[in-house]
Design a protein around this ligand. Structure first.
Ligand SMILES: Cc1ncc(COP(=O)(O)O)c(C=O)c1O
Length: 409
């Protein structure tokens, strides 16, 4: 048991008689997890979560891969392994960067992590000291706000416009303080669904270069663009100054907890030390199963299937917004990923929408926790990947009624 606190102890927080490290007081509880607990009832149509479609998880394929690994090399696959991760898997990821984005990345620049969420913790551990300045999109990914908060930085929010970060604000922020990094999600951002334009990518890279700031490119949704070719990674314009994080969660299965981080050698060296100290290495059996699956299956065809399904679900949600909501709200048009971002009429509280919609068995996610500096009260995130087209139509119909009712009061 930890030591008993002196309730007014300097630099500590007292909670039920335990003393916690000061960093915990600065780290927000995941509001989303709290809300999801409420919305788990089967009768609820939930647009609140962020789960991939369960119908698109290839259980049979993963079972076959797992059986094959355990039968052919079970003793080894269940042993301890290297911190960096299974080399053939890292080679696969490197080859895919070459094929998709024409990036030349060596497997030595890749570290396999426990989901890409762990990358954010490791990056925080290695790069953020107490009181360091870091920039983050506004609204920003809640998981990053949480992960970085543990290292007690000073957050500088950079508002997102429909084509990426507001460049003037980013430039002003860089000029006003020595930023350690700028964290962003250039493809189909969570929560807003926004994708940076090519122009914004070049502008962000140019500012990062001018001020010597690292760009942390969270690419959790990079494979989920609905049409055309993928947009260039920031690494294309900012080599040596970009850290990329990637994930198998949205294209294979989140339960495997397989992600990775790509970093320049000097940063990688530190990330490996931090990873070692954290958990020695990522789940080796999961790594072997993921690799076996990727070897034996056509992952491109699986990803095409996911894109087609999500595009149809997005279309259903956008159609409902156009037909039933257009006078009351504005919203983003995501060209990939899993979320639509809705701006309610001024003065309309998304918490009130959440409460009233829940009475109609529909769950939405209020936008407030995505704003590190407050605000966002009239915004909400809607997820379309975890509901069928029919339930999207039904849920959106109920939601439109709820919002009209609140606005008319
Ligand atoms: C932007 C972003 N980054 C990282 C993650 C973490 O994903 P995982 O740890 O499953 O790879 C998520 C999860 O939804 C996300 O939306």
């Amino acid at each position: 048991m930890s030591q008993i606190s002196t309730p007014s102890g300097k630099g500590t927080i007292a909670n039920r008689g335990y003393t916690f490290a000061p960093r915990m007081a600065k780290t927000p509880k995941s509001f989303i997890r709290e809300i999801l607990k409420v919305t788990e009832r089967p009768e609820i149509i939930s647009f609140a979560g962020g789960l991939p479609s369960p119908d698109l998880i290839d259980v049979d394929g993963i079972r076959t891969a797992a059986t094959s690994v355990l039968e052919q090399d079970g003793r080894c696959a269940l042993q301890y392994s290297t911190t960096e991760g299974y080399l053939p898997l890292r080679q696969f990821i490197a080859d895919r960067y070459k094929k998709r984005l024409n990036l030349s990345i060596s497997p030595d620049e890749i570290l396999i992590t426990n989901g890409s969420q762990q990358c954010l913790d490791l990056i925080g551990k290695v790069l953020i000291g107490v009181g360091d300045d870091i920039a983050i999109e506004r609204p920003g990914y809640l998981g990053a706000i949480q992960a970085f908060s543990l290292y007690e930085p000073v957050f500088h929010p950079v508002p997102l416009e429909k084509d990426g970060p507001e460049i003037n604000v980013l430039d002003k922020t860089c000029r006003s303080c020595p930023l350690r990094l700028f964290y962003g999600v250039p493809n189909s951002q969570n929560p807003s669904g926004i994708t940076y334009s090519d122009k914004k990518r070049r502008e962000v890279a140019s500012i990062m270069r001018e001020y010597g700031v690292l760009f942390v490119e969270d690419d959790a949704y990079g494979e989920l663009h609905f049409s055309g070719s993928p947009k260039p990674s920031l690494q294309t314009y900012l080599p040596g100054q970009t850290i990329i994080t990637g994930s198998f969660s949205k294209i294979l299965a989140p339960g495997l907890r397989m992600g990775w981080v790509v970093a320049p050698p000097a940063i990688m060296e530190q990330l490996v030390v931090a990873k070692q100290a954290t958990d020695l290495h990522s789940n080796y059996l999961s790594q072997r199963i993921a690799y076996e699956y990727l070897l034996k299956n056509d992952i491109d065809s699986k990803i095409r299937k996911i894109r087609t399904a999500y595009q149809q679900q997005r279309d259903t949600m956008i159609r409902a917004l156009e037909q039933d909501f257009s006078e009351t709200v504005s919203y983003t048009h995501p060209c990939g990923g899993m979320f639509v971002w809705v701006m309610l009429p001024a003065g309309c509280s998304s918490m009130e929408v959440f409460r009233q919609a829940l009475k109609e068995n529909v769950a939405v996610l209020p936008g407030i926790p995505f704003y590190i500096d407050g605000g966002g009260i009239d915004t909400m995130r809607l997820n379309y990947t975890n509901s069928t087209s029919d339930s999207i139509k039904t849920g959106m119909d109920r939601l439109a009624r709820v919002i009209r009712h609140i606005c008319s009061q």
